[in-house]
Design a protein around this ligand. Structure first.
Ligand code: PBG
Length: 336
């Protein structure tokens, strides 16, 4: 880039900032409901809407309420919902068998959404942590999260999700070789149109704390996830993970968390020119929502600014708990 600026007063950059119309004309990036994926927590029961204490404004929904949420999303122009099941300690086992149960919570919610709103895209998470008594994304053997055996289970989980009708599968487990294995299994089973959105650049982050509360994993988790998620110190490693996952058949890639990793978003987009998404995770949501609740920041403006940042960084879309609030705000105005 070679920006050319005349010396003052020939150049007065404030000319282009003078009115809302002028600013709209000069805007380099925009945000729309079509950029958003809404992560939703699913729980047992009927007609249940249970607040998540650490995420003000976010609820765990029973399957019937998830279908209603899908209708709401469709009305707001949000193209996709991402499902995360809440599992209590009593349903967590060492063999994680619930993960590939065709009738598990996630698969039931998928079918309910597809029945209620067929055009709503359903995304699901592939990882064992909602079903594991250890809270880890893989099997634990002698204190080690084992890779290859976990990948076999992830393949079964992904196939059950595809059978239930999901459009987008998001492996979030960070095991080695899972994208290739899941892609091959999907092809073999006739699910050639299922999109793989790989959580390729997923960092071992403190910002997942409220999520682990929301899905019931906080109490279960023993230790941390640093032997499989990426060290926050690393950027080249994230590029290698993205390259690998694209080479194994990922259609799109994700950077997670979001705001603390905008450099990774920008670098990923420039390096690979692939469809690139960011996950504005639970801790990021909680910080903004809690500060707004206390009157310390303007919640709507902070939400909008944080989401626009992802577009500026090169992302094609954002997974965010703010999705319905942002879409509602966008519908009411042309403001970004
Ligand atoms: N496979 C687990 C998973 N999938 C999405 C999130 C975090 C999402 C959020 O914090 O909003 C996590 C948590 C983790 O890795 O511990």
């Amino acid at each position: 880039m070679h920006p050319i600026t005349a010396p003052f007063p020939a150049s007065r950059p404030r000319r282009l900032r003078r009115t809302p119309g002028m600013r709209a004309l000069a805007a380099e990036n925009t945000l729309s409901a079509g950029d958003l994926i809404w992560p939703v927590f699913v729980r047992d029961g009927e007609n249940v809407e249970e607040p998540v204490a650490s995420m003000p404004g976010v609820n765990r929904l029973s399957v019937d309420r998830v279908a209603a949420a899908a209708r709401e999303a469709a009305d707001l122009g949000i193209p996709a919902i991402c499902l995360f099941p809440y599992t209590g300690a009593q349903n967590r086992t060492a063999d994680c068998a619930e993960a590939w149960n065709p009738g598990n919570l996630s698969n039931r919610a998928t079918r309910a959404i597809k029945a209620a709103v067929p055009d709503m895209l359903v995304m699901t998470d592939v990882a064992l942590d909602p079903y594991s008594d250890s809270g880890h994304d893989g099997f634990v053997r002698d204190g080690v999260i084992v890779n290859d055996e976990t990948v076999e289970a992830l393949v079964k989980q992904a196939l059950a999700q595809a059978e239930a009708g999901v459009d987008i599968i998001g492996p979030s487990d960070m095991m080695d070789g899972r994208i290739g294995a899941i892609r091959a299994a999907l092809e073999a089973a006739g699910h050639q149109d299922v999109v793989l959105l790989s959580y390729a650049a997923k960092f071992a982050s403190a910002f997942y704390g409220p999520f682990r509360d929301a899905v019931g994993a906080s109490g279960a988790l023993k230790g941390d996830k640093r032997t499989y998620q990426i060290d926050p110190a690393n950027s080249d490693e994230a590029m290698r993970m993205i390259a690998r996952d694209l080479a194994e058949g990922a259609d799109a890639i994700m950077v997670k968390p979001g705001l603390p990793y905008l450099d990774i978003c920008r670098r990923a987009k420039e390096t690979f020119a692939a469809p690139t998404y960011a996950y504005q995770v639970s801790g990021e949501y909680a910080m903004i929502a809690a500060a707004a609740q206390n009157g310390w920041i303007d919640g709507e403006r902070a939400m909008t600014e944080s989401l626009l940042a992802f577009k500026r960084a090169g992302c094609d879309g954002i997974l965010t708990y703010f999705a319905p609030a942002m879409a509602r705000l966008l519908r009411g105005s042309n403001a970004r």
